[in-house]
Design a protein around this ligand. Sequence first.
Ligand code: ACM
Ligand code: ZN
Length: 532
Amino acid sequence: MLSVIPAPKNAKELGGIFVLPEKVKVKSDFELPLLEGKVEFCDSEEEASVIVIKDDKIAEEGYILGVTRENIVIFASKKIGVYYALQTVRQLAHLDTGGREVLCCDIEDEPRFGFRGLSLDVSRHFYDVDYVKKYLDWMFMQKLNVFHWHLTDDAGWRVEIKKYPLLTEIGSKRTCTQLNGWHSTKMEQKPYSGYYTQEQIKEIVAYAKERGITVIPEVDFPAHCAAVFAAYSDLACRDLKRDVPGYFGAKIPTKIFNQKDWNRTLCMGKEESLQFVYDVLDEICDMFDSPYIHVGGDEAPKDEWKKCPNCQRVIKENNLKNEEELQGWFENKLSQYLKTKGRQMIGWNEVLEGKNIDTSDKNIVVQYWTPKRDKNAEAYVNSGGKMIMSNHQSFYFDMPYAQYSLKKTYKFNPENFGVTNDNIKNVLGVEGEVWTEWIRGRERLEMLVFPRMQALSEVAWSPEEKRDFADFKLRLDDFKPTFDAMGINYAVDKISMLTNPFKRSKILKKFSKGNTELENQLNAQYKTKGER
Ligand code: ACM
Ligand code: ZN
């Protein structure tokens, strides 16, 4: 068995091994800056243990890898293909645990989907530059190529915007944080803050780019803006002074946090609100070179718009039917604005609710997330609209495994969510979501993300016919010493593959009653007992 995750498109074991020498010499048609200091570059094929040849016929991220007793030969059209071939060699050799032996093989590989994403919500809980780089390294190892960075939300604005300094001076700080899950009234009374400077953002974007990863920023409009309103209260329909909330549910019990009316949306009828969005997008586009900019659009309450004379004026002036169409009108504006800057807009599938979204130029990419099937989203992709699949049941990695086991991620298929066979081509790819309301630090984050990231990578990369859960499980077992060597706190099988319905419902019940750490604690106990 060739133990590689994600499973390559075509792979054949040949018998025999190649032993990587102490000092690996590489002759390469490409400059490979990530190998500087790790290998020795040379000009002679005879001397080299790894020979890299440019071949323009190979797909952009693809590679051909030949391992014989004599050497390793890699063909690729782009540097990223070479890096991916080397990631495959890294796994075959078990390099991270000190291995040097590579099974002789022929591999021909390329991805199923061009968009292979993973997100990180840094608003609810913040992760610093060094940790984000680690996260990118792990994605690179699994041939994932899109980092969706959820930079703004109610609980904190985390990206420096020079024109609106209060976004970070005020909007990145909260005084308390909810503990113990949804609806809990327990608050930790402790200041919480953090944001990235524009320099740090650019550093991350460059770091990701070196590893073939596009960073897509998400700045969430018109809702999830409580941190915006804490800084600039006049951008909402009603000018109310509110702090950045440390409470994560949609409705705050006022007895514990006297902040009624915090879950609101940007006013659509004020000149300065729209100008604010454009100004923020200008600076975002200067920081990020991604073809897509994510503008959120999910979970927007419309109650204030109903009562706001400014919003109602816009509805009237533009002959809109209702507040849903008002959001559609706003999303169309954002899409057109981004288009003038050469970018495509990504929005969560709620952006389609107004039915007046302009789909003629296909500039809007819809990210389908809702736990309930959405007819609008399915009609969109089946009529040629582009889509990213992040369906809750498979790709909401912040959910307990007791709710969505690893197999749910592994078994994902676009057809199960209404995409017809003819329209799979409109699916750009898949993305795992890592929301951090109940992820306060790296230990639980990694427990939830690993090995879901490995399953995701196989859904995103490997051909449908190569996907087999039992085979994946064997390769995953082989990978676990690498997790350990890298210090990754992965979930053991007894957590990630728990099938007993009684045990699962017990964990879920405790989760809903506020024990958000239970799986993490059990996982640690199992690990101490030697479970893998
Ligand atoms: C979302 O989970 N509200 C996109
Ligand atoms: Zn308004």
